[in-house]
Design a protein around this ligand. Structure first.
Ligand SMILES: [Zn+2]
Length: 541
């Protein structure tokens, strides 16, 4: 399975501090340690740098279809699946994600790898939201790759360990999740004790990243751990088998003590040793489960073959997609909705990715560590993206999201034909440019040269006009009509524009907010280029 070539682009962007809560909370049986999925921080990361490189490449290839089409196809699938989610989810944040304007409207931006909206809520829920999950997993995959490459360059090795439970259809997911966390803690975590420490020393285990995954099949829910183990020296197959036996003994005993069935001796613990370049694929596998199939969101809608190839086991997003599959019976779809709801509550608070204590410190000595939280990654906007239209809330709720497909159609129009495409499309919907959908602020302060020209021009105009303006002729606020011009309106020879009415004030407020966001982004970018002094000392990597 080929990984979509564009996914690095997702990790690009300014790392402005976010106030979103971390989407993935502590697991039921563990307290947060060094192993948070991320924390706030402003340092440039390895992933970020790679992303910038990818961005430059993708910018060059904006017209090069295959890459962008692939990306767009994945995005379209994720968005459609998100619409399905919105219908059935009990999670308000997931329902609002990519949907509810946070301040008066949505701004359509385009550039880099495609178009998207800003100014909408993002949920950052990796377990529930197809859109956020795709963004987060793509970024984490890049991060993981970088760690593994750096670790191996420094002479270390990695192996992929998988820990499963024995389970039956009657087992509820919630109970199985509790069991797997408790057993982990007892076998390899906080309650593991001296024997585990000794085993770690013996096998040169420095730390690990543990990913949670679940599928559903004939034997019910199948939650399991994928663990990328960082070892001091690469293991041989024999060494891996020795460890597998020792790890199985601990895992089986712990599961039994926590009240579970004894895991299968054959499948309870599995260790994969990389073969050449495999280690990087392993790193991706950890965060993009099922070798790139399941993470290809909503793939079940177009790729039933992929599902059959895995013994009928479905990922949660496949179950979600099936709830809207009209080739299935009502009863089947209702059963899938129940499964999804069970998954929603059981996955709540489960960490998608957990780092053992101190391993990230070790990795930080070798490469830059990505400090972004899931919520930050989910909310990030492409650095090269340029606003091309502002959709005020009234239009958004009145004409866009209420008609299935319009939200996506607008983005696709922007990608195909830019602002002209958007203007044409909204006209087909009976909406008016400049009234229902607005042009973005026209001055691009981010382009230094253009800003300079603009300033000069303004200075000249000011110098010319100022003496002529009499106090009574001064406008209360003169920007409204300038920002949202209506070119069709014939000139009526009015010398003094009317004071802005209520609708214009709304327009003004939207413009002000958009301007402010752009200015902040511009400042951040200048700071990144080192053209502005940092406000506070950067933390030393
Ligand atoms: Zn989301």
């Amino acid at each position: 399975m080929i990984d979509p070539p564009g996914d690095r682009v997702e990790t690009r962007g300014t790392k402005s501090p976010q106030t979103h809560p971390e989407a993935v909370g502590a697991s039921p049986s563990e307290t947060p340690a060094a192993g948070r999925l991320g924390s706030t921080g402003g340092s440039t990361t390895r992933a970020g740098q790679q992303g910038c490189g990818g961005g430059a490449a993708s910018k060059k290839g904006f017209g090069s279809k295959p890459r962008d089409e692939w990306r767009a196809e994945l995005r379209d699938e994720a968005w459609r699946l998100q619409d399905v989610l919105r219908e059935i989810t009990r999670d308000k944040a997931a329902r609002d994600c990519n949907h509810a304007p946070v301040s008066g409207g949505a701004t359509l931006v385009a550039g880099g790898g495609g178009a998207r909206y800003t100014g909408l809520a993002t949920c950052g829920k990796i377990h529930l939201c197809p859109v956020c999950s795709g963004r987060i997993r793509s970024a984490r995959a890049v991060e993981m790759e970088a760690y593994v490459e750096a670790w191996e360059r420094a002479g270390g090795g990695v192996v992929l360990a998988t820990f499963t439970l024995r389970h039956y259809q009657r087992h509820g997911l919630q109970d199985l999740v509790k069991l797997q966390h408790a057993a982990w803690s007892r076998a390899f975590g906080a309650k593991a004790g001296k024997m585990w420490v000794r085993l770690k020393d013996e096998f040169g285990i420095v730390g690990y990243a543990r990913a949670w995954e679940v599928t559903h099949g004939a034997n019910g829910w199948h939650p399991h751990w994928h663990v990328l183990v960082f070892v001091a020296d690469p293991w041989s197959e024999e060494r891996a088998e020795e460890f597998r036996m020792a790890a199985y003994a601990r895992w089986a005993a712990a599961v039994a003590k926590e009240g579970g069935y004894l895991p299968s001796e054959k499948r309870g613990v599995r260790i994969d040793v990389p073969n050449g370049d495999d280690s990087v694929a392993m790193a991706r596998y950890l965060v993009k489960a099922d070798k790139g199939v399941s993470w290809r969101l909503g793939s079940e809608l177009t790729r039933a073959d992929a599902k059959r190839g895995r013994n009928g086991r479905r990922t949660p997003f496949e179950i979600l997609g099936d709830t809207a599959d009209e080739s299935r019976t009502e009863a089947q779809r209702a059963a899938d909705v129940r499964l999804w709801h069970e998954y929603e509550s059981a996955s709540h608070g489960v960490r998608a990715l957990w780092w053992s204590t101190k391993i990230r410190d070790e990795l930080a000595k070798l490469t830059e560590v990505d400090e972004r939280t899931d919520a930050e990654i989910a909310a990030e906007v492409d650095e090269d993206a340029v606003p091309i239209a502002v959709v005020p809330s009234a239009t958004w709720y009145g004409h866009i999201v209420t008609v299935p497909g319009r939200k996506l159609a607008l983005v696709q129009a922007a990608e195909r034909n830019g602002q002209a495409g958007v203007r044409w499309l909204i006209k087909q919907w009976g909406l008016q440019w400049g009234r229902d959908v607005l042009p973005p602020p026209t001055v691009d302060y981010v382009d230094d040269e253009e800003a300079e020209r603009d300033r000069e021009q303004r200075a000249r105009l000011d110098a010319r006009e100022r003496p002529a303006v009499r106090p009574e002729a001064r406008l209360p606020v003169g920007r409204a009509t300038e920002v949202a011009p209506e070119p069709e309106r014939p000139s009526q020879g009015v010398l003094v524009p009317e004071p802005p009415h209520v609708a214009d004030l709304d327009v003004l407020a939207a413009m002000c907010r958009a301007n402010r966001a752009r200015a902040e982004a511009g400042i951040a970018r200048l700071r990144e280029r080192g053209l502005l002094a940092p406000v506070a000392a950067e933390p030393k990597a």
